[in-house]
Write a new protein. Sequence first.
Length: 158
Amino acid sequence: MKTAIEALPSPPRLNYQGASTKAFQAMLALEATVRSLGLEPPLLELVKLRASQINGCAYCIDLHTREAHAAGESQRRLHLVAAWRETHFFSARERAALAWTEAVTLVAETHVPDELFEQASEQFSETELVNLTLAIISINGWNRLAISFRRGPEGSAQ
């Protein structure tokens, strides 16, 4: 039996894009809606990266790190997203979005506390907060598809 260090990631279980094109199209439509709601694209990439880190989705961590970097995000900030509370590299709005992302992603544990809602409400209008929450819902959905069906990063041995 291999140890956790020796074990390689499992091969993909199935191609969810082809297995249910309607479900995949629904996810693409949700993603298109999220992108059209007016939240800053760099903020969305940070949110997607942080949720993916929490969920342990290698595919999405890789994808959103590359997309954020291609859009001009610094490597330093990308490396520090997982420890955003320990740095001064993120704006108050980004910090509120990252905290909200963590709470919504871990909703069964956090139940999104009132104090966090108040903090997020200082940085986001009601509409923006709903839109941000939808973005978090979307990336959590993508994470669950990729993890459940073992989709690894592009170019990996899978």
